[in-house]
Write a protein that binds this ligand. Structure first.
Ligand SMILES: Nc1ncnc2c1ncn2[C@@H]1O[C@H](COP(=O)(O)OP(=O)(O)O)[C@@H](O)[C@H]1O
Ligand SMILES: [Mg+2]
Length: 356
């Protein structure tokens, strides 16, 4: 069955010599979904994108486009738009001719090409720039021309590989909203590669987190942030403190669990996977979940940082774990060297098996 705009890889594996770039990844972007591939450098993001585009072929596994097995389709048959980190516009061609180029390759008559290119330029808010040369535009404008060129033939699927990482922060944030707006307006499926978690959280409907070629978790920004399934995702997205201990009792997945830290302190949380008594484990908790509590865990204030809307407070427990707490503007800020007591709702302390 065909499903326009669906993008999928099934059990995808890609090796380069002895390097395993992509390790058994199965993943689907639904039609009109904005899916981000997020991971550190070398985690396999670009390789997955190149495999979807047809510039690399899988060592094993399959690529499906629009519901059809496209594993061995040549790149030019895939009808996919692509934008890369560095724009590769033809320097001696006008902006309009650059944007119209894919139409020319597809045999669209010259009369129609100019009009369609101008329409695509208007979509990226560059109406009136068609007669310029690429070097007469700013970096951000050039990237928007690349975007216009990628969508001019109305592909149902757009692949983007760190398209904003060469831009400065203000422009990058503006372009994030722009691309999101465009994706919604056109109703196209976007697979967007980034190593920037904030960018992924801002733009994506769902995020696939990769590490060493493996898919660590896929879910909505909120699901990944609130319910990371492993320490890698907990640590990679947002800020997290990890507190080591051993399980006091066995616990069921999703059930309450208590760890005993090296100094005997008890750490209450929720077991992500089943725990047996004595298992080594770690509890992950976000700074905004940590509050002062008289009967809580003792921790020494190491440093405080005023950051405008709040004060960040770096703490160290007697058993050597570091954690941050946020103190709202106006509330009492403890001094470095002071001992405070802190706690969190056990629902927000996620306990993973393993760790130090
Ligand atoms: N053409 C290639 N030849 C050899 N190794 C490669 C090639 N392309 C990628 N790799 C390796 O595969 C791994 C994943 O690379 P890549 O997909 O570019 O990661 P990312 O885009 O997440 O930074 C890395 O270890 C990289 O060095
Ligand atoms: Mg890359």
């Amino acid at each position: 069955m065909t499903r326009a705009g669906e993008v999928a890889v099934e059990a995808l594996r890609k090796t380069f010599g002895r390097v395993v770039a992509v390790d058994d990844v199965s993943l689907t972007a639904e039609p009109a979904e904005f899916l981000a591939l997020l991971g550190p450098s070398g985690s396999g993001k670009t390789t997955i994108l190149m495999t979807l585009a047809g510039f690399e072929h899988p060592t094993s596994g399959r690529v499906k486009l629009n519901g059809e097995d496209a594993t061995w389709w040549p790149a030019h048959r895939r009808n996919i738009g692509m934008v890369f980190q560095r724009t590769t516009l033809f320097p001696h061609m006008s902006v309009r001719d650059n944007v119209a180029f894919p139409l020319k390759m597809r045999g669209v008559p010259a009369r129609e090409r100019g009009a369609q290119a101008d329409e695509a330029l208007a979509t990226v808010r560059l109406a009136g720039y068609g007669d310029r040369l690429p070097n007469q535009l700013s970096g951000g404008q050039q990237q928007r021309v690349a975007l216009a060129r990628a969508i001019v033939y109305r592909p149902p699927i757009l692949l983007m590989d760190e398209p904003l990482s060469a831009l400065d922060k203000a422009l990058r944030e503006e372009m994030q909203l722009e691309i999101k707006r465009l994706q919604r307006a056109l109703g196209i499926t976007v697979v967007f590669v980034t190593h920037d978690q904030t960018e992924a959280l801002t733009m994506a409907d769902r995020i696939a987190v990769l590490d060493h070629g493996r898919l660590m978790q896929v879910g909505t920004p909120q699901a990944l942030y609130e319910s990371p399934e492993n320490p890698f995702v907990a640590g990679f997205i947002g800020e997290t403190a990890f507190l080591d201990g051993v399980a006091e009792r066995s616990a069921d997945p999703g059930g309450p669990a208590t760890l005993r830290a090296a100094d005997g302190s008890k750490l209450h949380g929720t077991a992500v996977a089943a725990l047996a008594t004595g298992d080594t484990a770690q509890l992950a908790v976000r700074p905004e979940r940590i509050r002062r509590a008289e009967d809580g865990l003792a921790a020494e204030v190491i440093e405080t940082f005023y950051v405008g809307a709040e004060t960040a407070c770096l703490l160290r427990t007697a058993f050597g774990a570091q954690l941050r707490m946020r103190i709202a503007a106006g509330a009492d800020v403890p001094a470095p060297g002071e001992t405070v007591r802190v706690a969190w709702d056990p629902a927000h302390g996620r306990i993973f098996r393993g760790g130090a």
